[in-house]
Design a protein around this ligand. Structure first.
Ligand code: NAI
Length: 729
């Protein structure tokens, strides 16, 4: 687990956990680490300690298995007292060697993240191998936690509050060079041998070293009560200048939905006023509060495990051997096709980008040219590498060039007949094993597959705009789609480093269907006389990235209208009966307000000026004298999306609660602190959610009415996740 050797009076404590790809912190490794520290401190012949790793990385942070079991436990299985003791324990182990009287050096050979880097911060000197791929940082805040092994205390003591803030609050990760510049690494070396040699040299030269925030009181090392933090103490005018606006800025960004960032600010503020021993205890208390609350659990479950598992191909049919798309044919070089060509070529895939003319296809290739130019100018890529990527994209107007493609992605206009024609044309060139994927955003896949000579190899591969930035790909199974086609689509998605979520065919699939409820509920509220600004602010305060009216404008109101019209034609559901339908119809047919694209939507877009809500809204939909509470508007916004996701799950459109959650955050930015649409219901409490939805249904319409299955869940005390989760669909 951890090797111990003494050489020339220096103890080397080298992490090397068997059965783990990386060293991690768990009960066993912490106990072994402590034993070794005790041994080195007690041995009079040892004059210094080197903490090292025999694996490729240093120490990666908390053990995922431990975190996973924490998520599966009932929330009341661990008391706050127990959680506090566990988190303080690591702090005490680290403090032991920090105040142990012998110089300690962290020899950082690879990634040092979270608890791994906190081990380094408690050491007196940090040497790292200069490998630009190595990541150094404290990413805990990204999953709703705080760096709880002294990170919130030692980092600001080392480099000052201002410089520590981005690392603590945003979880910024640095390369060794950047870390050296910031002052959190003391020395860089070229390789492993030099690493240990440099550590030895420092120990020899620095006997009796103690941290600047410590002092030696009659042979005992204790924290100073008068330590001056670099850049100004917390109670100095400069400190106040940082903390007060910092807190306001934070609240402005998070609306109080992310307790970790606030807890970090509190831990820094309180901890920097007291000696380090007490400061560590304060930190452990804030850490415990986060651990016991729902947000960290939600974020860990979805952002860490949910996305992590999807990225590893969890949804892939296990019995289909791994496939590898080497050549992809892209039909249509418009906005989507151009982006898909870029991400494919970037992953080393040969691309044929086909449009109606070579000129049109070249226009699509220009998108890659521009993005690659940016990469090169920002130093992220060499010109040579960029040229190689570009050379992978062949533009064409000739279907014969599609020969040899393993996969086709169709991104021509959203028109059934056109899609049918290009399907036939492409298939004539393809081998039997090639898979045909459509990027349609609204047309059911099984219907489009009717044009295919081999519907088993026909699948939906739905990207989001802009393709190079959006991390999700929604993969849609048609009625006849085979496991083989699914495997090809997932393997391709993994190759281009995006997250696949698999859904079953249905109108709007999963993401568009649920996302549509966000804008439509917002619009509906405005038409009821709720102040548009209240609706917009409530959207953001509920945790959505932009307000519902703003996003409706960005996506285009006429597009929403087209989708509604298509739905009316296909299902008979009248536009007027769809919430928001009347408004959308009026905006498009009478007012010609299509959104941002014609600078007229729910907002006005003056040339060169800032957009503002269209004043005419007040005349069309007079604002009621009595406005509902902010909580009510937020609830309508979030509950509406969540109840739609429940229906998708029960109808089998989305296949499990984790997919529903991952898709909701990655596709349309559903409030990440909730862990996604269904985690949100667990957070509200299923019974409470049912009760509130019934109330909303009585007031606003049947779209809020809970399903029978949800009522049953509420009655039986079931949840979507955790130990009381049961298969729902
Ligand atoms: P676009 O209008 O920008 O591009 C369509 C392209 O297809 C044009 O360049 C056109 O010349 C080309 N085309 C037309 N007939 C063709 C043919 N016979 N052979 C080859 N190319 C042909 O459209 P956009 O926005 O790229 O959308 C394409 C598809 O992706 C649509 O099905 C759309 O619903 C879907 N989609 C769009 C999203 C968006 O945000 N725009 C998001 C996700 C999917």
């Amino acid at each position: 687990m951890i090797n111990y050797a003494v050489d020339n009076g220096i103890a080397v404590i080298a992490w090397n956990m068997e059965g783990y790809p990386q060293n991690v912190l768990n009960e066993d490794s912490m106990a072994a680490f402590e034993q070794n520290i005790d041994k080195a401190l007690a041995d009079a012949a040892v004059k210094g300690i080197i903490i090292a790793s025999e694996k490729e990385s240093f120490v990666a942070g908390a053990d995922l298995k431990m975190l996973r079991s924490m998520l599966e436990q009932d929330s009341n299985a661990v008391t706050a007292e127990q959680a506090f003791k566990t988190s303080l324990r690591l702090n005490l182990i680290l403090r032991k060697y920090e105040a142990g009287g012998k110089p300690v050096v962290a020899a950082i050979n690879g990634h040092a993240l979270g608890g791994g880097f906190e081990i380094c911060l408690a050491s007196h000197y940090r040497v790292a191998i200069d490998n630009p791929k190595t990541k150094i940082g404290l990413p805990e805040s990204k999953i709703g936690l705080l760096p709880g092994a002294g990170g919130t205390q030692r980092l600001p003591r080392l480099i000052g509050i201002e410089k520590a803030a981005p690392m603590l609050l945003e979880g910024k990760e640095l390369s060794p060079q950047e870390a050296l510049k910031l002052g959190i690494i003391d020395e860089l070396v070229s390789d492993r041998a030099a690493l240990i040699a440099a550590a030895r040299k420092w120990i020899e030269a620095n006997q009796g070293f103690i941290q600047p925030w410590d002092e030696n009181k009659k042979g005992k090392i204790v924290g100073r009560s008068n330590y001056k933090v670099p850049g100004g103490n917390i109670q100095s005018p400069r400190g106040a200048q940082l903390m007060l606006p910092g807190t306001a800025l934070l609240m402005g960004k998070t609306y109080g939905n992310y307790p970790a960032q606030l807890a970090i600010m509190k831990a820094v503020y309180e901890g920097l006023q007291v000696p380090i021993e007490l400061a560590l205890e304060i930190e452990s208390r804030h850490f415990t509060t986060l651990l016991m609350g729902p947000v960290a659990k939600n974020m860990i479950r979805t952002l860490f495990f949910g996305i992590g598992d999807a990225n590893k191909g969890e949804a892939r049919p296990k019995d289909v051997p791994k496939t590898d798309t080497k050549k992809v044919g892209i039909l249509g070089a418009g906005m989507m096709g151009a982006g898909i060509a870029y991400v494919s070529a970037l992953a080393g895939i040969e691309v044929v980008l086909k449009d109606v003319s070579v000129e049109a296809a070249e226009k699509g290739k220009d998108y890659s040219r521009e993005l690659l130019k940016k990469r090169v100018s920002r130093g992220k890529m060499t010109q040579e590498a960029a040229d190689q990527v570009l050379a992978l994209i062949k533009t064409s107007a000739d279907a014969a060039d599609l020969k040899g493609s393993d996969l086709i992605i169709e991104a021509v206009f959203e028109n059934r007949e056109l899609k049918a024609a290009v399907t036939k044309e492409a298939e004539a060139q393809l081998a039997e094993t090639a898979v045909f994927g459509s990027n349609t955003s609204t047309l059911p896949i099984s219907g489009l597959a009717e044009a295919s000579a081999r519907p088993k190899n026909f699948i939906g591969i739905h990207f989001f705009s802009p393709v190079d930035k959006m991390p999700l790909v929604e993969i849609i199974m048609g009625k006849e789609t085979s496991d083989y086609a699914l495997a090809v689509a997932i393997d391709y998605t993994m190759k281009i480093r995006k997250t696949p979520v698999v859904v079953n065919d249905s109108r709007g699939f999963y993401t568009s269907r649920c996302f549509g409820t966000y804008t439509s509920e917002g619009i509906e509220m405005v038409s009821e006389g709720i102040h548009p600004q209240l609706v917009e602010s409530a959207g953001k305060m509920a945790g959505m990235p932009v307000g519902p009216l703003d996003v409706a404008d960005a996506v285009a109101i006429d597009l929403a209208y087209k989708v509604m019209k298509q739905t009316e034609a296909d299902t008979g559901e009248k536009i007027e009966n769809i919430p928001s339908g009347k408004v959308v119809k009026k905006f498009v047919e009478e007012l010609e307000r299509f959104g941002k694209k014609n600078k007229k939507g729910f907002y006005e877009y003056p040339d060169g000026g800032k957009k503002f809500l269209w004043p005419g809204l007040a005349e069309l939909y007079p604002v009621k004298a009595e406005q509902p509470s902010l909580e009510y508007v937020k609830r309508r916004i979030l509950h509406r999306q969540a109840i739609e996701a429940v229906r998708c799950l029960e109808e089998g459109v989305v296949r499990n609660p984790t997919d529903a959650d991952v898709g909701s955050i990655l596709a349309w930015g559903f409030a990440p602190y909730t862990g996604g649409v269904l985690s949100y219901i667990d957070m509200v409490g299923v019974a409470q959610f049912v009760k509130e939805c019934d109330e909303l249904a009585d007031q606003c319409g049947e779209r809020f009415r809970p399903t029978e299955r949800l009522r049953e869940m509420a009655k039986n005390g079931e949840t979507f996740h955790g130990s009381k989760a049961k298969a729902v669909a």
